[in-house]
Design a protein around this ligand. Structure first.
Ligand code: SF4
Length: 694
């Protein structure tokens, strides 16, 4: 009813990488409700988070003033009540807070300072953040949550395809006849994308779901492969073995567009389905059937999520998926392609914008002299450092060794999101100076020396890039509360305090600078985005809405060819034993987003899912002598949590699934910080655990 609001503002949902466009209905400077509009990724659809998860922006816990830690504050720890913080912090003016923030970081200086930027901020904000660390401190110790999400997928894509982004939008599934969804649970985590997947099956498309955990998408699948946790490579190599053995591969495509095929072919000889079924738990005849189904497709797509990426062999998992697509020629055509479903709403954009320690914006290597000189020209700076910086987990390790003593963290919550989170919290407590910029007094802000109050999505101007490479315009609907400011403004003011000669008056100026150093933004202008709301990159002309499919005729690697990189079976870092006999895996739930700072402050979502919970097979619960709703204790080599148990037949009897949104039973207390050597992503998806009824 239009009487219920006095204006409406178009923006983009702040939760997942699908990037649904929304209309925010506003009355009396409050967002009253939200509707889906006709964006390229959602065509009017929204999920429960997009529809009902907006009211956190008006929550009483919003930070409204800069805060500075009191001299007589209790020792740093996870000990601040976000509604009652006065014993720990005092309110400050912006001048005072920015001065304190900059002084503390300057006093440490150089490689002693690191930054975590945010995949929830805009492209312009991500760009400014990485520039501040690189220019302000002369090195590349800047990273963000892509390291915990799809870093291994990006590593494999960069290595073998030459680009870290998707080769086709998820909407292309409309043109496919077969699709694999592996290690992803789109009905809960990318719900609007899942609606396209369901429609695809309705019109006869064959959906092959592969996941150690059963899931709702199974109901729509032609094949459900519930393989053993961590056994991805054995299963995928067995499928590819059949394609080689039965000569189902696309010889013409392989010859025209790839390299290293003979090595891949020879490598796969060892992985017959009969040999691999004992490792991956999928019968050989099913593996053979899946291989024939996929290789027999006219057009096929592969979608994957963090079930693939968050392993010490995450890069190998993605290498297999890339090889599978290449050998069957399923890249660069309508209905064909590789699509890692990105997590955060702007993790694609934040990565593109350079919040990565080894790459400047657009994935340009920091070690390349030509690249650095191009940036130095635009940045009017002689000092872009050629050495790769440290990644998220390496930075926190470096805090423990005393090499890093100061941090600037914007919109990230490592005190909840990092593996072995007690290690991360101890690191945050050890820092001599921590500046946190956020909209709530998050678990990470508990450890801050200075807290800078920032803006939620509905309060800011800026662009975001979704999983489809669609760059979309976000617009402010309401003012930030109190003295809170947009993140770009805060970063610019902090840069000035650090002595940088920055002059940006509006995000459009930042975007204009980005277009000077990022070819991916060729033909995309701020004005276009204001008018068109979304443009997909690459866009080939000022009127091209962008290319849904890329690499129709070669790949952006030096020789123009994609590469097969063979992958071996590697066991998880720790395997169950007598002391820790079960397997723990972690993930998200439909109603709660990541560390819960937004969704647990959203009335509807919190009412639907108010309590920390984990899922076990009913037979496992019976063996424990526990009933659904009972409290159980989960213990790994890192620590213990007490949590309410639910019965779920989708979880295999040797597993427990734990969502990571709940601070009172933080899943990451338990997770293993061992990392993939290439993508440097931690093994969130596999830990040996002991389970007891309490
Ligand atoms: Fe938001 Fe993702 Fe849901 Fe769309 S699918 S409404 S982007 S959370």
């Amino acid at each position: 009813d239009t009487a219920d609001y006095d204006r409406e503002v178009k923006s983009v949902c702040p939760f997942c990488g699908v990037g649904c466009q929304v209309s925010l209905k506003v009355k009396d400077n409050k967002v009253k409700f939200v509707e889906g509009i006709n964006g390229p990724a959602n065509e009017g659809r929204l999920c429960v988070k997009g529809r009902f998860g907006f009211d956190y922006i008006h929550h009483e816990h919003r930070l409204t003033k800069p805060l500075i830690r009191r001299k007589d504050a209790p020792a740093k720890g996870l000990n601040v009540d976000p509604g009652n913080w006065q014993a720990h912090f005092r309110e400050a003016t912006w001048d005072e807070a920015l001065d304190a923030a900059a002084k503390g970081l300057k006093d440490i200086g150089g490689t002693g300072v690191a930054g975590f930027g945010s995949a929830k901020c805009t492209n312009e904000e991500a760009y400014l953040f990485q520039k501040l660390i690189r220019q302000g401190f002369g090195h590349n110790n800047v990273d963000h949550c892509t390291r915990l999400c799809h870093a291994s997928s990006v590593a494999a894509l960069m290595e073998n395809v030459g680009s870290g982004a998707v080769t086709a939008t998820f909407n292309e599934i409309e043109n496919a006849d077969v699709a694999i969804v592996i290690g992803a649970n789109p009905i809960e985590n990318h719900p609007v994308a899942a609606t396209y997947f369901k429609q695809f099956t309705k019109r006869g498309g064959k959906l092959i779901v592969m996941d150690p955990r059963g899931q709702a998408l199974k109901r729509f699948a032609s094949h459900m492969l519930q393989f053993r946790p961590g056994a991805d490579v054995s299963m995928l190599n067995a499928i590819m073995h059949v394609i080689v053995e039965e000569r189902l591969y696309d010889q013409q495509y392989i010859e025209a567009y790839t390299e290293n095929w003979e090595a891949e072919k020879a490598h796969l000889a060892e992985f017959s389905p009969e040999k691999m079924e004992g490792i991956c738990g999928i019968p050989a005849d099913v593996l053979r059937d899946v291989a024939r189904t996929f290789a027999g497709a006219q057009s096929a797509m592969i979608f994957w999520g963090m079930g693939v990426s968050q392993h010490i062999h995450g890069t190998d998992n993605s290498r297999c998926l890339i090889s599978l697509a290449l050998m069957t020629g399923q890249v660069g055509r309508p209905g064909a392609g590789l699509h890692p479903l990105r997590g955060q709403n702007n993790v694609q954009g934040a990565s593109d914008a350079g919040l990565i320690p080894m790459f400047l914006p657009d994935y340009k290597p920091v070690g390349d002299d030509g690249v650095r000189s191009a940036f130095q020209q635009v940045w009017k700076d002689e000092g872009v450092n050629p050495e790769k910086g440290l990644t998220v987990t390496e930075i926190l390790d470096a805090v423990h060794t005393g090499d890093i003593r100061g941090m600037y963290i914007s919109g990230e919550n490592p005190a909840m999101s990092d593996p072995d989170v007690d290690h991360a919290r101890d690191a945050l407590a050890k820092l001599d100076h921590l500046v946190v910029q956020d909209i709530f007094l998050t678990e990470t802000a508990n450890f801050a020396d200075v807290i800078l109050p920032a803006s939620a999505f509905a309060e800011k101007t800026g662009t975001v890039t979704n999983t489809n490479r669609q760059v979309q315009m976000g617009r402010p609907a309401v003012p930030p509360p109190g003295d809170a400011r947009e993140d770009w403004w805060i970063t610019v003011e902090l840069a000035k305090q650090l002595g940088l000669a920055w002059e940006y008056a509006h995000p459009r100026e930042v975007f204009a600078e980005m277009t000077m150093v990022m070819e991916s933004f060729d033909n995309i202008t701020w004005d276009r985005l204001e008018t068109e709301n979304a443009v997909t990159y690459p866009s080939l002309s000022p009127t091209d809405p962008g290319q849904a499919i890329v690499f129709a005729d070669g790949f952006p690697r030096e020789n123009g060819r994609a590469k097969f990189t063979p992958a071996n079976v590697i066991a998880p870092d720790e395997t169950p034993d007598a002391e820790y006999p079960m397997i723990m895996t972690t993930g998200r739930q439909l109603e709660h987003w990541h560390t819960g700072s937004m969704t647990r402050r959203s009335k509807v979502l919190d009412a639907v899912e108010p309590e920390a919970n984990c899922s076990l097979h009913p037979s496992t619960l019976r063996q424990l002598g526990a009933a659904p709703g009972d409290m159980i204790r989960l213990t790994t080599r890192r620590g213990s949590i007490d949590i309410m148990a639910r019965a779920d037949r989708a979880v295999s009897p040797d597993m427990v699934f734990v969502p990571f949104a709940y601070v009172e039973a933080a899943a990451n207390t338990l997770t293993n910080p061992a990392i993939d050597p290439y993508g440097k992503i931690p093994e969130f998806k596999f830990a040996a655990v002991r389970i007891e009824k309490i």
